[in-house]
Design a protein around this ligand. Structure first.
Ligand SMILES: [Mg+2]
Length: 381
């Protein structure tokens, strides 16, 4: 494809309900999109970065700055080095380094190039990933934050709504002091619901007896109980509690996934393509987990519809490769006031990977204009 230019589009919406986590509260959701414009086709990518970064994930301001400098420059340079031909989707990840910001850039630029490639070829991402019959429709999981004021009533309402919306499992944010009691209340409301809890790194080794109480509520696993850096500590913690440990923030690259598996630091893995560096990086990480017998799920960053569609097709492919757990694949309209993109309808708790050409539905120009999107165009010179 003959590249004409790259556009960065930034637009803000809000969460319907503030998402409280042990690591902070998300209220605003700034969305950063990359648009690739070539003579033959155009493609959109959605960046996963949230407004507030974490210990391992850069925030959206940092990624937007990096995208407008080295991100765009690397793709323009790589195109110039190919005589004006846009690199293919499989080449994009190698344009970026291994820092957290570079992996997020790799993921969003890879998505945009893949979207353009697929539109030109008339194929969906699920088709390109060889998702076979029966695997293209997946059950939907939802994530629920720590409610304002630690109000158990609000939590119960939110989980009831997620279950009404068809969620096959609910991932509930917890932190020290907000754990066994609220989760026991949810278990009483929903005796058969698959419940996971996510601590976002807020416990310490000595909290193992506290965390162990969650086993009474038949919790599937606890996600990221300890801070992300120390995999040996995570392995020790896992030996001390009677429920499986899932790692999320610790799994910041395919290499870290392999290290975690080698240290037996987790029994479940939450793989986030935005953090790991995109589709190919996530499939590498998944292959390592499969070999180790560790089930995975595709985790989300509360994306809009395009990022979710990419995760959906990928989750379908991973489900085909090995039995996995329910991913964060709920419809963005359930947590964002505005989704400028579209997402396939969730029906009876199931969602089908898009089969139209491309990764998914890119942002709608009218909605972008209404929300006052900031746009920057970088032409090929
Ligand atoms: Mg998590």
């Amino acid at each position: 494809m003959r590249l004409l230019g790259i556009e960065l589009v930034r637009v803000a919406t809000r969460f319907r309900v503030a998402i409280g986590t042990a690591a902070g509260v998300h209220r605003t959701r700034t969305l950063l999109f990359v648009r690739i414009v070539a003579e033959e086709a155009q493609g959109w990518g959605e960046c996963a970065a949230l407004d507030e970064g974490t210990a391992v994930d850069p925030g959206v301001d940092e990624i937007a700055a990096a995208a407008s400098t080295r991100g765009v420059l690397r793709l323009l340079d790589a195109t110039a080095a190919r005589g004006g031909e846009l690199p293919g989707e499989t080449e994009v990840a190698q344009l970026f380094g291994s820092s957290p910001a570079d992996r997020m850039l790799a993921a969003v630029f890879e998505m945009a190039v893949a979207d353009a490639d697929l539109r030109l070829a008339g194929r969906s991402l699920a088709q390109a990933l060889d998702v076979g019959p029966g695997y293209e429709t997946l059950p939907v999981g939802a994530a629920v934050g720590i409610p304002p004021g630690h109000d158990v009533g609000i939590l119960r309402q939110q989980v009831a709504q997620a279950v009404d919306d068809g969620a096959a499992r609910v991932r509930v944010k917890i932190e020290p002091g907000w754990d066994a009691e609220p989760v026991a209340a949810l278990r009483a409301d929903h005796p058969d619901l698959v419940i996971q809890v996510d601590a976002n790194g807020s416990y310490r080794m000595e909290d193992a007896p506290l965390v162990a109480r969650l086993a009474d509520s038949d919790v599937l696993c606890i996600e990221q109980p300890l801070p992300p850096a120390d995999l040996v500590a995570s392995a020790e913690f896992a030996r001390r509690i009677p429920l499986p440990v899932c790692l999320d923030e610790s799994l910041s690259s395919p290499r870290r996934v392999r290290d975690a598996l080698r240290n037996e630091a987790c029994q479940v893995a939450c793989l986030k393509p935005g953090r790991l560096g995109g589709l190919r990086a996530t499939r590498l990480a998944h292959a390592a987990c499969t070999e180790a017998g560790v089930p995975v799920f595709v985790g989300g960053f509360f994306e809009a519809g395009l990022g979710r569609a990419s995760n959906l097709a990928l989750a379908a492919r991973l489900a085909q490769d090995a039995v996995g757990l329910v991913g964060d694949l709920s419809d963005p309209v359930t947590y964002l006031e505005q989704d400028p993109c579209g997402y396939p309808g969730v029906q009876h708790g199931w969602v089908r990977a898009p089969d139209a050409p491309g990764v998914g539905t890119g942002p709608d120009e009218t909605v972008l204009a209404r929300l006052g999107a900031e746009r920057r165009w970088f032409p090929v010179t």
